[in-house]
Design a protein around this ligand. Structure first.
Ligand code: AMP
Ligand code: ZN
Length: 490
């Protein structure tokens, strides 16, 4: 199965395959840890998760590196405001970020690289650029990359950069939307700022050099794929290419993937618009982490996702349908044999699912045939036409679906518990739905459900009803059906 993925560099769909014929070497820009992650950030990390999971599902192991930017202008500013060193300021946000990834079931990259732990590699790269005549030091002791040293500058973003002023400089870490200037590689220490003593002077690295140095450290000078949100294409990724290719004279990443920004209620997400949400904000409102995952991945990465609360409810219901069906399918007692129609439906869904993801990771087209299959199988089950030999065929399609989407297995209890604990610590308000769901583990629920079945058998209906009500208060619904008893979280 070949994956065709849009490549920003070539401007077309290119086949994505490992150059070494074995594992795909990929780098995805990670977070700058000055605050909690918002849903826009997580949309990008989730789409990269979709990519890595699909590669693995189709037999390609990945060697995936993600950086943590734990030193930059904003971090230094925020830490200074609180009067603490950056090393005391960032860990809470690093921990929160990994908790959030776990809640969203984003797989851990094989390598996590913290900028502050790789300063020597950045310094070595700057020295290499100096030797190539592409880096210069200013009077204050900062270092800059000379754009004129890289005539191909602009090849990724396809910007017309003919008006570049030779020697005009920019030193900020934050996004510079339209200006192409010599950019900071190294910033001289200002009094009181975090700094490292190095052979190129006392200071700290610029943001762009971080990613170049760490990508090459873990993946080599040339590697398969580089990913990030669309805002990073220019200047961050353009600058990474310029530095890396000037230093090595080799192509840096062959394939570039950019995730389109999400809108919230049709608008750019911003604190002043009141439509800015961290993952934690949504969990505390009572939405499940699985629903947030589903909503953020169901729109393909190159399409604009308009995030709405209706969309989250839709995602919640969609997951509910899948989970209910899955439980029914596993528990059903079925007549012997196989049905040709069901076998064909399962195969058709499987083929359509893989074809959609192979086509530029089209998650929307990949979802549709799964729900068609669920509908067809439910109808067949209702009519007694679903046979024992069909069960594995359908379960195997669901398994491939969940290898990427990962929403069917109910693991929402963990994020719920973490959200409640965090809210208590931060004094944040918690939605009643969330509190209701908290408190019982799957094993405890199973035990209560079994006790209720037993109570019914011994005609102790008072106890059976009491258990049902107790569970209902905690948001757990028991359903009795001809296939047996099952429960689910509301
Ligand atoms: P940052 O921590 O700001 O460097 O962002 C981490 C990642 O999230 C980067 O890949 C950004 O491009 C991405 N990102 C930031 N805002 C959004 C958004 N609204 N939609 C999608 N991705 C975003
Ligand atoms: Zn980066």
């Amino acid at each position: 199965m070949t994956l065709r993925l849009f490549n920003t560099l070539s401007g077309q769909l290119d086949e994505l395959a490992p150059a070494d014929g074995h594992s795909l070497r990929m780098y995805a820009c990670g977070p700058t840890v000055y605050d909690y992650g918002h849903i826009g950030n997580f949309r990008t990390f989730l789409q990269v998760d979709v990519l890595r999971r699909f590669l693995k599902l189709t037999g390609t192991p990945v060697r995936h590196v993600m950086n943590i930017t734990d030193v930059d202008d904003k971090i230094i500013r925020n830490a200074a405001e609180r009067g603490i060193p950056i090393g005391e300021y960032t860990p809470q946000f690093v921990d929160a970020f990994f908790d959030d990834l776990e809640s969203l079931r984003v797989e851990r990259p094989e390598f996590i690289a913290r900028a502050t732990e790789h300063i020597d590699k950045m310094v070595a790269l700057i020295q290499k650029l100096e030797a190539a005549g592409a880096a210069y030091k200013t009077e204050d002791g900062s270092w800059y990359f000379r754009l004129a040293a890289f005539p191909e500058y602009g090849k990724l973003s396809k910007k017309d950069l003919s008006g570049i002023e030779d020697g005009a400089r920019v030193d900020v870490d934050e996004y510079e939307k339209d200006s192409a200037r010599d950019f900071a590689l190294w910033k001289a220490a200002k009094p009181g700022e975090t700094a490292w003593d190095t052979p190129i002077g006392r200071g700290r690295p610029g943001w762009h050099i971080e990613c170049s140095a760490m990508a090459m450290e873990f993946l080599g000078e040339s590697f398969d794929l580089h990913a990030g949100g669309e805002d990073l294409m220019f200047p961050h990724h353009e600058n990474e290419i310029a530095q890396s290719e000037t230093a090595t004279r080799k192509p840096f990443a062959r394939h570039w993937m950019h995730v389109r920004f999400l809108l919230v209620d049709g608008k750019k997400m911003s604190k002043s618009e009141g439509n800015f949400y961290t993952l934690r904000d949504l969990l505390l409102k009572g939405y499940k982490a699985s629903a947030i995952r589903m909503a953020l991945i169901s729109v393909p990465y190159r399409h604009q996702l308009n995030f709405t609360f209706d969309g989250l409810v839709e995602a919640t219901n969609a997951i509910d349908r899948l989970r209910t069906f899955h439980v029914r399918l596993v528990a059903a007692s079925l007549p012997a044999g196989t049905s040709e129609a069901m076998q064909a439906a399962a195969e058709k869904a499987r083929v359509a699912y893989f074809a959609a993801l192979s086509n530029d990771l089209n998650t929307a087209d990949a979802r549709a045939p799964i729900f068609d299959l669920v509908r067809a199988a439910n109808t067949a089950l209702d009519k007694g036409e679903f046979l024992a030999g069909d069960r594995d065929a359908v379960l195997s399609v669901l398994k491939d679906f969940d290898a990427v989407f990962d929403v069917i297995e109910d693991r929402d209890a963990g994020p719920t518990e973490r959200a409640v604990a965090w809210a208590a610590q931060e004094g944040r308000e918690i939605a009643p739905e969330l509190l209701a769901r908290q408190g019982l583990t799957d094993t405890e629920i199973d035990a209560l459900v079994a006790e209720r079945t037993q109570a019914k058998k011994t005609r102790n209906f008072a106890r059976a009803d009491q258990i049902r009500n107790e569970l209902a208060e905690k948001g757990i619904v028991i359903e009795d059906s001809k296939d047996g008893v099952r429960w689910k979280r509301k």
